[in-house]
Every structure is written in C-alpha cells, then in structure tokens.
Design a protein. Structure first.
Length: 223
C-alpha cells in the first residue's frame, strides 16, 4: 500500500523535526501539513505564529497547507467537529497516515489514537520517546533553527520569549523546564533546517501578553 502522510504542523521545532525524520524514513510520503488557526487572530493556535509565517514555512517545506479554522475561545466539541471534518477530507484525498510531533505525554498520544481509530488514518509518532535533552541537541546539531514564539510565564520568565532555540538557551533553562518545552513551558517557530528547501529570514518584533502567556511577534522578511 502506498503511504501518504498528513503531518500535524504546529509551526514549531517538534513537528519540523518529525517532518525531517519522516522524510528519511518514508521519502516523498509526507504530502501535506495540517494546522489549526485561530480565526479571530489569524494565528496558529497556542503558538501565536502569524498566518503569513505559517504559509512561508509550508512553501519552504514544499508541501500544501491544510488549515483548520477554529474560533476563540474554542469549545472542545467545536474543535473535535472541525478535526473530524479535516480527517474525513484527508481520507477522501487518499491520505493513509496522520503524523504528530508528540514526545512523551501519554494522555495526548492516547487521545490522538482514540480519535483516529476507525477513521482510515493510522497514527505515526516519529519523535516519540527520544529523551528530550538528546532530541534538543540532535535538532540543533542537525541544523534546525527556531525562536521561542510563546512562553508560559507561570513556568518561564518573559525574557525567554523571542530567544533562539540553541545551546545557550538549553543552558539557561531552569532545571524544572523540559528542554523541548513538552509540558507547554514554551512554544517555538522554525525558520530553517533540513526539512526546508531554503531558510526563512525572520525578524523578531514586540511582545504581546495575555495572562499567563507572552507571545513574541515574528515576521518573515521577503527576499
């Protein structure tokens, strides 16, 4: 059976590295990126990354972008209805698998597996179980470049918003913070790496706060 993969794309490093690993394991099989966008703000849900940046990432990856629009705030029943429709569209489009950049949160993985059961899409978790410090080092060593787009100020100081995801950041993170921010401590925005044909020129703008989160505005400069 021909494998055709739809990748859940957050705009951040984990989904980007998942794309890199999938490209190695299943060359040419990833055929689309799926992203939820807050329709009130026209930004990636949670990460707060602008729609224009998201679209530039998709172009850099050479993949079509499938956007799921969700309201703000978004009740869970509306989110799940929108995702069911997206999954049905994917199946109709010949997709066989849905891939995710989840790292170790068992409840999140179980939720995805339950929601995909019987839909015709098999779940894939290409970065699952890799120790997160090791994974962070692999990403940086492998050429992935990202900036922190959002931080949860209950866990991390606001000064981390907008910082480069590099070894200096890993060194400066408090001991209680996961190196990949898997518990929601921070979210990132990727602008370069082996999953992209060309790097994006990214500019860091002002911060925006909606308690308890701080977002750093990121824009892509046209070349």
């Amino acid at each position: 059976m021909k494998v055709k993969i739809l990748l859940s794309w957050s705009s951040g490093k984990d989904s980007a590295w998942a794309l890199h690993l999938l490209n190695q394991q299943y060359p040419g099989a990833v055929a689309g990126l799926l992203t939820t966008v807050n329709e009130a703000m026209d930004r990636v849900a949670m990460h707060g990354v602008r729609r224009a940046v998201l679209e530039a990432q998709a172009r850099a990856a050479g993949l079509p972008l499938h956007v799921v629009h969700i309201p703000h705030p978004c009740p869970n029943e509306i989110y799940e209805a929108q995702m069911r429709a997206a999954i049905a569209d994917a199946c109709a489009g010949g997709f066989t698998h849905a891939a995710f950049g989840d790292l170790f949160l068992e409840d999140i993985r179980r939720y995805r597996e339950e929601k995909l059961a019987g839909t015709g899409l098999e779940p894939l978790f290409p970065v699952w179980g890799i120790p997160t410090r090791q994974l962070a080092e692999q990403m940086i060593e492998g050429g992935l470049r990202a900036r922190l787009a959002c931080v949860d100020t209950r866990k991390l100081d606001t000064s981390f918003a907008g910082r480069e995801f590099d070894r200096t950041l890993l060194r400066d993170l408090p001991d209680a913070i996961d190196p990949c921010g898997e518990r929601g401590e921070f979210h990132s925005c990727v602008y370069a790496g082996p999953m992209f044909k060309l790097p994006l020129a990214m500019e860091t703008g002002p911060s925006h706060a909606v308690e308890p989160y701080v977002w750093r505005d990121l824009t892509v400069l046209e070349k």
